[in-house]
Design a protein around this ligand. Structure first.
Ligand code: NAP
Length: 249
């Protein structure tokens, strides 16, 4: 059964990692996919071709998630390209700039907050009018277990991810009466380029703490997104779904 047949989805940051995994699973389930990248043009173009070959409409857009103007322009262009309908928004784009507070500069704090958190405001505001008119929409924000429990060396990242949870719950309350649902996913340790940067000892520490004894794959997160984007979750809003192999249990 195709769970998103004919639906239009926007995914930020899908040129690799979890976002790319979501784009592929959504296309397998019949969704048309508009997705963004900020600098990884070649993989984005390759993904656009791969998704198109799967029989759905797909388009890559260069758009900086941190920019309010970019978000407005992006959504206007997607509406033009995808018949004026946006069923699903996945706020996935994110970065890390890890350091102990003692060594963290202001620029690294600001960059993480702008790309991870302000982006969610930018994009949600940009799609809001369309979803209100449709009286339907699903918004999914990619938070993190770190936003729930904190993590030494990631105060900027944890603050951005915790902020996303507060934003998610508030938007669920604001827009629920118009049948617009807003949920967050809190992935644990998912093996992507973002986690490739971590030191081996840190990675082993994460793995040891996971009841399922493995890191997750982008598809593990993508399947949770599929559920929250589809009508299978029609009565679920304002929630944080941990996709973490039991890490926070
Ligand atoms: P990743 O492999 O580093 O991919 C990040 C994606 O975001 C790329 O497509 C990148 O595209 C895009 N991006 C970065 N800055 C952007 C910007 N300013 N504007 C638009 N796009 C931008 O990361 P990932 O592991 O897949 O993580 C995806 C999301 O899941 C992030 O929000 C992350 O915080 C969250 N998460 C990941 C894990 C994990 O273990 N991997 C755990 C919890 C939460 P460009 O290369 O073009 O910039």
């Amino acid at each position: 059964m195709k769970l998103l047949e004919g639906k239009n989805a926007i995914i930020t940051g899908a040129s690799r990692g979890i976002g790319m995994g979501i784009a592929k699973v959504f296309a397998e389930h019949g969704a048309n996919v508009a997705f963004t990248y900020s600098s990884s043009e070649a993989p984005a173009i390759a993904l656009e071709k791969e998704l198109t070959a799967m029989g759905v409409k797909a388009k890559a857009y260069k758009s900086n998630a941190a920019s309010f103007d970019d978000a407005e322009k992006l959504v206007a262009q997607v509406l033009e390209d995808f018949d004026g309908v946006i069923d699903v928004l996945i706020n996935n784009a994110g970065i890390t700039k890890d350091n102990l507070l003692m060594r963290m500069g202001e620029a690294d704090f600001d960059a993480v907050i702008e790309i991870n958190l302000k982006s969610v405001f930018n994009m949600t505001k940009a799609v809001q009018r369309t979803m209100l008119k449709q009286r339907k929409g699903a918004i999914i924000n990619m938070s993190s277990v770190v936003g729930v429990k904190g993590n030494a060396g990631q105060s900027n990242y944890a603050a951005s991810k915790a902020g996303m949870i507060g934003f998610t719950k508030s938007i669920a309350l604001e827009l629920g009466s118009r049948n617009i649902r807003c949920n967050a996913i809190a992935p644990g340790f998912i093996e992507t380029e973002m986690t490739d940067k971590l030191d081996d000892k840190v990675v082993q520490g994460w793995r040891d703490g996971i009841p399922l004894k493995r890191g997750g794959a982008p598809e593990d997160v993508a399947n949770a997104c599929l559920f929250l984007a589809s009508d299978l979750s029609a009565y679920i809003t304002g929630q944080v779904l941990n996709v973490d192999g039991g890490m926070l249990t």
